[in-house]
Design a protein around this ligand. Structure first.
Ligand code: TZP
Ligand code: MG
Length: 203
């Protein structure tokens, strides 16, 4: 997990359909896409996962499914992202197998300590900053929290929450291997240009 990581949100796609946003973000260089759907039915979720897989496969960009292992398995996605109240890591690994990418959100220091014993592929530091996109979060980690996690955790860090072109340089500096965004790409009038600019922050 490295570089820009797009997390989708239907409601944040205000200028273009979600599939268009994903296609443009992939063309512009995102290295991972997570399909995150909180409100659609299972059939629609699967259809959307299959559609995104078709967009991502030629570019060899992995598709990660938020929370739903059944959708990940049915769609042949590369992995799942689980939160602290989703399927526990050990069960997710047993169901998906050793090759699956499994990311886990950490919201408290206890979560970070517990993750140390899990062979997750990355931890999602959530949220780094407060964000209107997701309001039911714990306290933001801020840069200090991110640095503390970096100094302790053996896992690659994916930073998420309130991140945009204007504030990611110090987040990368603090040790985030990857930067995950929703609105900075989904809500951009030009998702290609927005992704390009975000990717350039890694240079
Ligand atoms: N998890 C923690 S914050 C967040 C998620 C899904 C939303 C991030 O959205 P944005 O628009 O990039 O701040
Ligand atoms: Mg979840």
């Amino acid at each position: 997990m490295e570089g820009m990581y797009l997390v989708t949100d239907q409601a944040a796609c205000i200028h273009h359909p979600l599939e268009t946003v994903v296609a443009k973000a992939v063309d512009a260089g995102v290295s991972c896409v997570q399909l995150r759907e909180k409100t659609i039915d299972t059939r629609s979720f699967l259809d959307r996962a299959l559609a995104l897989k078709n967009i991502l496969a030629p570019a060899r960009v992995p598709l990660i499914i938020n929370d739903r292992l059944d959708i990940a398995l049915a769609a042949g996605a590369h992995g799942v992202h689980i939160g602290q109240s989703d399927m526990p890591y050990a069960h997710a690994r047993k169901l998906l197998g050793p090759k699956a990418i499994i990311g886990l959100s950490v919201e408290t220091w206890e979560d970070v300590v517990e993750a140390q014993d899990l062979d997750v592929d990355y931890i999602g530091v959530s949220p780094v900053f407060s964000t209107p996109t997701k309001t039911d979060t714990k306290e933001p980690w801020e840069l200090e929290g991110l640095e503390r996690i970096k100094g302790y955790s053996r896992h690659p860090l994916v930073a998420i929450g309130g991140l945009n072109q204007g504030n990611i340089a110090p987040v990368i500096q603090a040790g985030a291997r990857s930067i995950a965004v929703v609105s900075a790409i989904c809500s951009a009038p030009d998702p290609f240009a927005a992704t390009r600019a975000l990717c350039a922050c890694f240079q």
